[in-house]
Write a protein that binds this ligand. Sequence first.
Ligand code: NI
Length: 174
Amino acid sequence: MLKKSAKATKQRIVLYGDSTLRKICEPVTEITPDLRAFIEEMFKILKRAKGLGLSAPQVGRNQRFFILDLSSNSLEYDQMVLINPEIVSVSGEQCCEEGCLSFPGLYLEITRPNKVTCRYTDLDGNKMSVSAEGLMARAILHENDHLDGKLFIDYINSADRELIAGKLKKIKVS
Ligand code: NI
């Protein structure tokens, strides 16, 4: 029987300003019981925070995976784990208001591709591919960016950045 370790249940969402969010994450080399327990905990945190997606670095783990929970949007896919994701292709364009759990209360209009195809490994180690559009595509691209230390505020111009400077300052951890 697998005992849940204390460390697996001690997750919290890392906020903007923490250097963890700017690091390039390392590939996952093995799907261990520890990783599974960690991901299970991530889904709980995501649900509690009412978010659509959460990446490993946002809970302090420097590895290439993220989870999605689009069940509240009644889309074809609800809960997904994408390990070592690779964006294969993108097309089209969408502009939508976007938020991030590491930036509480901040919503920005961000332009992104409307369609994406992404290869990844699932929790059972299977090589998978998903093609998505709209909100799902946006969520995949947003979370995938986190694995390369890229944040949604990086997409806005410097004038808009100045407008939100006060909000960022409030969020930023010292
Ligand atoms: Ni985010």
